[in-house]
Write a protein that binds this ligand. Sequence first.
Ligand SMILES: [Fe+2]
Ligand SMILES: [Fe+2]
Length: 136
Amino acid sequence: MGLITWKPSLETGHAKIDTQHQALVDAFNALHTAMKLGKGKEELSRTLAFLKSYTVEHFTMEEELMDRFGYPGAPEHKGIHGSLVSQVAELCQRFDAGKTALTLPVMDFLEGWLVEHIQGEDVRLAQFLKAKGNQA
Ligand SMILES: [Fe+2]
Ligand SMILES: [Fe+2]
């Protein structure tokens, strides 16, 4: 595990979704780099908070697309978003309270959901949107 390299298998084919995913990967990599460099708690906290808030913004954008085009998989996809946001929010809280450190297993967990969610639910959403003529 390490930095996430942007690769074709992470592309959904939907321009707006892909652009935001690249920014999420950048935010993850910034956090990973700050952790590796042994940056202070404040900087790590700020980097983690940015990842959380950008995640929320991105999920909101996807959910607006789901609603606009009547995506049948919306309830499940939104449910997964909700649980990811609570997990990251809890991580932020625990980190700020000094109850957890940003360790490799924690970064593995973040990398896992990011990559798996993109390649699973998000690819399916993008395929549906494409069939509806929305690719940007
Ligand atoms: Fe999603
Ligand atoms: Fe996404």
